[in-house]
Design a protein around this ligand. Structure first.
Ligand code: SAM
Ligand code: SF4
Length: 347
């Protein structure tokens, strides 16, 4: 008698049409929040204490994340960015990256896996993450001054972050991006220093306008440093030339003195880029959001844990995309900040 070994090849979800919304935007980028917890407490993101954490049983497992992401990949999503909270506080982050990197698109094409991190523990984990298939990294760095860092993040850990950045600079991951939220009276005198630091290690500095997404709901438009102010400050040091062909990227890029080094500005408040948005977001507790500022979420975790099949997950993705509004509405008179803070949405 011949015994045939059962195939262990995973049968992925059936290919599905692209996720196109009512405004013709094709959704190709899934932001996957791995946790709402974090090793820092940045003032623009979390309050010092008193957070209501997502209960552990509600957090999606690595296998659940993979299952949802596989349906997204089958519908033509090509980029999976893990974020949080802080993705590196999650014990199985390497496993999550490996599972995502193993996904394939409708025609068998590989996907891209990126991560946004505060850099803490990156020195210890980077080799494993690269082996697991991580393609790109964005690391947050708001200041190079230890006392400022401690005040801004409420943790004295700048050295840990710089060790992570150093490891990344010596890794094959490119482009390497450093992100800073520009804040009036906090780090707006450091913009040139940050760009010089980034270009010195072969990274691209990007400045983000502060958005009304802090879990403490303390955002103040007057304290936000605008795109114009960021560009003014940088223009005093460099000639800035816009780089054409922004595509779906949230950052506008500028060559510094003709290049090749560049700087990016993410002006979500004063120059929204919603018309080019190609993103969906999955929170750590399995809620699907079609915008950072969405008021409504769809409960993918309930579908998954209720025994829903891949078609049911795909149908929920399509409902979310169908309901997407043309813009985030931050500048509308009736704008209300979403209930979730940035740490629980996934930036
Ligand atoms: N912990 C990781 C980190 O800090 O990079 C990933 C999550 S964090 C929420 C992702 C990004 O969102 C970071 O670059 C952070 O600076 C940015 N961010 C957080 N709160 C923000 C806010 N209120 N406005 C603009 N950007 C914000
Ligand atoms: Fe943590 Fe990132 Fe939020 Fe800072 S911005 S508190 S590092 S999740």
């Amino acid at each position: 008698m011949t015994i045939t070994q059962a195939s262990t090849a995973r049968v992925g979800p059936a290919p599905a049409p692209p996720l196109v919304d009512r405004f013709g935007r094709v959704h190709t980028d899934l932001r996957v929040s791995l946790t709402d917890r974090c090793s820092l407490r940045c003032t623009y993101c979390m309050p010092a204490q008193g957070m209501d954490w997502i209960p552990t049983p509600s957090i999606l497992t690595a296998a659940e994340i993979e299952r949802i992401a596989a349906v997204c990949a089958a519908a033509g999503m090509t980029t999976f960015r893990v974020t949080g909270g802080e993705p590196l506080v999650r014990g199985d982050v390497v496993d999550v990256v490996r599972r995502l990197a193993g996904l394939r698109g409708p025609a068998g094409e590989p996907v891209e896996v990126a991560m946004t991190t505060n850099g803490i523990r990156l020195d210890a984990l980077l080799n494993d993450l690269v082996d697991a298939g991580l393609d790109r990294l964005n690391i947050s760095l708001d200041t190079l001054r230890p006392e400022r860092f401690a005040a801004l993040t409420r943790r004295d850990r700048l050295d840990d972050v710089l060790r992570g950045i150093d490891e990344a600079a010596h890794s094959p991951l490119r482009p390497l991006k450093l992100n800073a939220v520009a804040m009036r009276g906090v780090n707006d005198d450091e913009l040139v220093d940050l760009v010089e630091f980034a270009t010195g290690i072969g990274a691209q500095m990007r400045f983000i306008e502060q958005m009304p997404l802090d879990a403490g709901h303390t955002w103040d438009r007057a304290r936000m440093v605008t795109r114009e102010e960021i560009l003014d400050a940088l223009s005093r040091r460099w000639v800035l030339t816009p780089v054409p062909g922004r595509g779906h990227a949230p950052a506008e890029r500028f060559l510094l003195d003709g290049g090749p080094a560049t700087v990016g500005v993410i002006a979500a408040v004063t120059a929204p880029f919603c018309a080019g948005c190609d993103r969906l977001r999955l929170t750590a507790d399995g809620q699907l959001r079609n915008c950072l500022f969405a008021k409504d979420e769809l409960d993918l975790a309930a579908v998954l844990r209720g025994g829903g099949n891949d078609e049911a997950i795909d149908a929920m993705l399509r409902r979310s995309v169908e309901a997407k509004l043309p813009g985030h509405g931050i500048n509308d008179p009736g704008f209300l900040q979403p209930a979730r803070g940035m740490n629980a949405i996934g930036g």
